[in-house]
Design a binder for this molecule. Structure first.
Ligand SMILES: [Zn+2]
Length: 497
């Protein structure tokens, strides 16, 4: 089996031997890597004491039109040769073999195994032989026989004994809870915590604007504790992406991804692509959080390229070698300084920037991407003395005063998400103006308030829309059918511009 992105294709290997000039020929669009495999397959068989027959041997990889870019086919080719030579006699139908071979017959780790086994299972494959080194990634897969192999010799042993090598029993994964400690460690910052809860409830993207040291990164990480645990289906989706990227993972990934690519990341690093059409950061953040600190330092092109995936939840990558689709439904949390020196929101007089510098800096923040960021949260770093004091109180009493409140906040968030799904089938962050008019249940007084504020502060149309979306989520958190003036007033707090 080979893969291009998340698409896996079964490759059938036919091996034929005829009289003629002794040679090993691999046909069916093999690329260079597969071609080099010839040497490794032959050498590894010789090393394991297999007598290579001197005949013209043709290995056909079908279907021919699929590009075989993976040396992971080597084990399968070797097994085909062993069948031809009569070293093994069992039926290999409905069986997959994965592994790159070393010259001494060792079976080496392959990329994308989890994804390929899941695809094989869907095609009715019964058993899989794969490199022992990959075991942790796949051991929980159920409904398929798994045979980890260290060396090709074990295939010969299996032939004689007909028993599983070291059959792995599947085990159920426990879903864990992360980000909780981050959330509980945040002292003060009530408005920011409230904003996190609103964002989690309505799947709103958000931006923190505040000075260095205001805890932007801790706040962003805390978001994970407010999102429900990954469902099994989501876990599988996330794990497949990591498997393709070749990031080792222990079993199913059950934690929501949290990615924080540096602002020097390339466009390919962020979106995915390159020669092998690898998934990028946005896909590694699928079902999790993409945190972009120092948001204005990222190249414009990188920032603007996020807009489309943010809207559709996936990315399509095209290169000469083909087209692949990767999921990319992530929550964007951005963070930036309010001005070049970073101290604008701190105590008066600390900021050394001129008004013009401030305006110029904030202007950089506008742009189409901001369309997709509903919440803007102003952060002020808390007084270090107060921070230490409250830490002390927590440790002295050896209890976590906010623990109950975290559970309560979570309950409200889950409930608010349910309300949205029942009402409109998606989250409030995806509502358009017409949806809000139709389904938003916005009280007349709230409309009037918004209109007057919009006039007074010359709120743009998209600013208007964002306030309405956030207000709808605030109402949902309170299980309120209608959006009232109070909800709207709070939503207006999350607009800085
Ligand atoms: Zn400044």
């Amino acid at each position: 089996m080979v893969f291009t992105g998340l698409k896996c294709t079964l490759v059938e290997i036919e091996v034929n031997g005829t009289r003629g000039q002794p040679a090993l020929i691999i046909i069916g669009l093999p690329n260079k890597a597969v071609d080099e495999s010839k040497e490794r397959v032959t050498a590894s068989l010789v090393h394991c004491g297999v007598k290579i027959r001197s005949m013209k041997t043709v290995v056909n990889l079908a279907p021919a039109e699929v590009r075989k870019t993976s040396s992971a086919l080597e084990l399968a080719i070797a097994v085909g040769l062993l069948q031809l030579y009569g070293n093994i006699s069992w039926n290999t139908s409905k069986t997959l073999f994965f592994g790159e071979l070393s010259l001494d017959g060792n079976v080496k780790k392959v990329r994308g195994l989890f994804s390929m086994i899941m695809a094989g299972k869907a095609l009715g494959i019964k058993r899989v032989f794969f490199p022992m080194e990959n075991i942790e990634e796949v051991r929980m897969i159920q409904g398929i026989e798994l045979f980890p192999v260290k060396n090709i010799k074990e295939i010969l042993v299996y032939n004689n004994k007909k028993q599983p090598l070291s059959f792995v029993s599947s085990k159920e994964e426990k879903f864990s809870d992360q980000g909780k400690d981050e959330f509980l460690s945040i002292v003060g910052q009530e408005q920011a915590k409230r904003a996190l809860a609103i964002a989690a409830a309505g799947k709103h993207n958000m931006i923190f604007i505040g000075s260095p040291g205001a805890g932007k990164s801790v706040l962003a990480k805390a978001m994970r504790s407010l999102l429900p645990p990954l469902s099994r289906k989501e876990s599988i989706e996330v794990t497949r992406v990591y498997s393709i990227k070749g990031i080792s993972h222990k079993g199913l990934i059950t934690q929501r991804p949290f990615r924080e690519p540096h602002h020097s990341s390339s466009l390919v690093g962020m979106l995915g692509g390159g020669r092998n059409l690898h998934p990028g950061e946005i896909s590694l953040a699928h079902h999790g959080v993409l945190f972009l600190d120092e948001f204005l330092e990222y190249p414009r092109q990188v920032i603007e390229s996020l807009r489309q995936p943010l809207e559709v939840g996936k990315i399509t990558l095209t290169r000469v070698t083909g087209t692949v689709h990767y999921p990319a439904r992530f929550m964007l949390i951005a963070a930036t300084n309010p001005c070049p020196c970073g101290l604008w929101y701190q105590a008066p007089g600390k900021c050394t920037c001129s008004d013009l510098e401030k305006i110029k800096y904030q202007k950089k923040l506008s742009g189409p991407i901001l369309d997709r960021i509903d919440l803007q949260v102003k952060l002020i770093s808390i007084d270090p003395e107060r921070f230490i004091k409250s830490r002390k109180i927590i440790s002295e009493n050896n209890k976590r005063p906010e623990k109950d409140s975290l559970e309560k906040i979570r309950e409200k968030i889950y409930l608010a998400q349910q309300i949205q799904l029942e009402r409109q089938g998606n989250s409030n962050a995806f509502l358009q103006y017409s949806d809000l008019r139709k389904l938003g249940n916005i009280q007349q007084q709230a409309w009037e308030l918004l209109t007057s504020v919009a006039e007074k502060f010359s709120l743009s149309n998209r600013g208007y829309l964002k306030v309405l979306r956030v207000a709808r989520t605030i109402a949902d958190l309170e299980k309120s059918h209608e959006v009232t003036k109070k909800h709207l007033t709070e939503a207006l707090v999350y607009r800085i511009h």
